[in-house]
Design a protein around this ligand. Structure first.
Ligand SMILES: *Cc1c(COP(=O)(O)O)cnc(C)c1O
Length: 395
């Protein structure tokens, strides 16, 4: 059998390569941080990590993880409900709820699992899920696993959302689900208006704060802080794998009855391992740090504003952003790849995105800012963009 299957796979893989869509992985040989070393020895400035607060190599977190490694060992070898729950896991869940102003939290191995396991235990055929068309793949997969009727509205289009809500009025329960920040444009979902429509049409709201938590809002508490909706959203999901240290882990936080039901019925929680004690311990330390100071948020917001303004002044076409994601619009797919390659030669690591990751004719370079970048590093990046931009006649 395998001979024919092998032929089939080789052909499919060739097609991916011929379409220019084959994903190669660049190998990093240093810790994840603003300045990294890639295999071959080249040192580059990193502008494509989700390391928004610069915590991936933070000393305090590394020390907390080391201490837990010594005191609590390496792994849990169990799911939570059999023998995989340490006091560390319970404490981290409490810290997450405090951070978001919610009632309770449930941890997962990743936010992909949190989203994969949130819909099916809560909703059934009688119910409706209304989803933004640009929601993350894990939300789409999670919705597929659930028998509820599905409705979809164009990205952040409140007229379409209202239409969906009207159509779903005969359903028992309605849940609107949206990413907090959309990762390709960096725009924030209009959760204020979503919340109003939910109230008008009797629906619940779920926000995935993966790209917004730690970043959006004056103190980084996410879109519920930005819109003054702390404690009012039924379900929030998020990751420990981006701003919050970048190791691994996801969570669902919100109304306590919802979290209680997920602990009973959510399959990625019931049938998958606990996060390692060192990750839980470093997570607790991270939330302690967040409770003490907003220094990193202030730095990140300053860095983002500074970079965007410098790029605009240099003549680049920048999408308006409300997050730490900055889309440098080029519109042309080959140009986006060429520009990213030339920037790497200049020591600036960024990625060019094009269809099907973004709409046709909207190719771009996505720059992700971090509190870990210094002003000097930002200046270096802008200078490289200007040099390469002139060479390629973008500006
Ligand atoms: C990154 C991301 C996830 C997945 O998070 P992991 O913890 O890495 O699995 C889920 N949702 C959104 C919106 C994301 O950006």
């Amino acid at each position: 059998m395998y001979e024919s299957f092998q032929k089939y796979l080789s052909k499919e893989l060739d097609e991916i390569k011929n379409a220019g869509l084959y994903k190669d992985e660049r190998v990093i040989t240093s810790p994840q941080r603003a300045s990294i070393t890639v295999r071959g020895g080249k040192e580059v400035l990193n502008f494509c990590a989700n390391n928004y607060l610069g915590l991936s190599d933070n000393k305090r977190l590394v020390e907390a993880a080391k201490k837990a490694l010594d005191q609590r060992g390496y792994g849990m070898s169990s799911v939570r409900f059999i023998c995989g729950t340490q006091d560390l896991h319970k404490e981290l869940e409490k810290k997450i709820a405090e951070f978001f102003g919610t009632e309770d939290t449930i941890l997962y191995a990743a936010c992909f699992d949190a989203n994969g396991g949130v819909f099916e235990p809560l909703l059934s055929e009688q119910d409706a899920i209304i989803s933004d068309s640009l929601n993350h793949a894990s939300i789409i997969d999670g919705v597929r696993l659930c028998k509820a009727q599905r409705y979809r509205y164009a990205n952040a289009d409140m007229t379409e959302l209202e239409e969906c809500l009207k159509k779903a009025q005969d359903k028992r329960f309605r849940l609107i689900v949206t990413d907090g920040v959309f990762s390709m444009d960096g725009n924030v979902a209009p959760v204020d208006r979503i919340y109003e429509l939910a109230a008008k049409y009797n629906a619940m709201v779920m926000v995935d704060e993966s790209h917004s938590a730690g970043v959006v809002g004056q103190t980084g508490r996410g879109v519920t802080e930005l819109y003054n909706l702390r404690g009012k959203i039924e379900i929030i999901t998020g990751t420990l794998g981006k701003a919050f240290g970048g190791a691994i882990g996801g969570f669902t936080t919100g109304r306590k009855e919802i979290i209680a039901m997920l602990r009973q019925r959510s399959r990625p929680y019931l049938f998958s391992n606990s996060i390692p004690p060192m990750v839980a311990a470093a997570g607790i330390e991270m939330f302690n740090m967040m409770a003490q100071t907003n220094e990193l948020q202030e730095r990140l917001h300053w860095n983002t504003k500074y970079f965007v303004e410098k790029m605009q002044q240099s003549g680049f076409d920048i999408k308006p952003t409300q997050s730490a994601i900055c889309a440098v619009m080029l519109y042309d797919a080959p140009l986006s790849q060429k520009m990213a390659a030339k920037l790497l030669e200049e020591g600036i690591y960024v990625v060019g995105f094009y269809y099907p990751v973004v709409p046709k004719g909207e190719a771009r370079i996505r720059v992700q800012l971090s509190a870990g970048h210094t002003q000097e590093q930002l200046d270096k990046a802008v200078a490289a963009f200007v040099k390469v931009g002139k060479e390629l006649k973008v500006i």
